[in-house]
Design a protein around this ligand. Structure first.
Ligand SMILES: CC(C)(COP(=O)(O)OP(=O)(O)OC[C@H]1O[C@@H](n2cnc3c(N)ncnc32)[C@H](O)[C@@H]1OP(=O)(O)O)[C@@H](O)C(=O)NCCC(=O)NCCS
Length: 136
């Protein structure tokens, strides 16, 4: 499943973004799947993954012990606007309720994603930090 998602990544992303990704090596894929902080849900139909949502559990040092970072959600282009994304979000919210995790956050990186997250009752944070990165 993971390798298929990587190969088909283009179909789950924006038109002008993304390309096939290199699947993880078997040991790294096993570590990903075994990691209790990795939550990755899919919706499938007749063996075809229509959409997926990957989030990661973040352990906090004070206050609430855990929160979620919604790292990625994607629905195949031909299956959008049919509720797949909303159902994946509902699955995540149900997991949060069950575990008593109150907050999930995401870096929404395009206007449609913002509309989608709003429809799922996420709200823009008041303070928006700068996204910074270093790739070695
Ligand atoms: C964002 C994304 C996951 C939404 O998935 P989806 O299955 O199409 O979403 P849903 O059908 O569950 O839509 C739920 C609601 O979100 C809003 N929404 C979704 N797509 C929208 C669009 N293109 N324009 C306006 N509103 C939209 C609507 O309110 C919709 O409800 P409605 O169809 O009853 O009006 C999908 O468009 C996608 O994979 N985009 C490319 C990847 C991406 O941008 N991921 C997020 C990166 S931060």
């Amino acid at each position: 499943m993971l390798a298929g998602l990587a190969r088909d990544d283009e179909d789950f992303d924006l038109d002008d973004r993304s390309e096939a990704l290199k699947p993880l090596r078997p040991a790294a894929a096993r570590a990903y799947l075994a990691d209790p902080h990795v939550l990755h849900w899919i919706e499938e139909e007749d063996g075809l993954v229509l959409g997926h949502l990957y989030c990661t559990v973040i352990r906090l040092r004070a206050g609430a012990p855990l929160e979620l970072l919604l790292y990625e959600i994607g629905v195949r282009k031909a299956h959008r606007r049919r509720g797949v994304g909303r159902r994946l979000m509902k699955t995540m919210f149900a997991w949060m309720r069950k575990r008593g995790v109150l907050e999930v956050w995401v870096l929404a990186d395009n206007p449609i994603a913002v509309k989608f997250y709003r429809a799922c009752r996420l709200r823009k944070a008041r303070e928006v930090p700068s996204y910074m990165t270093r790739v070695s």
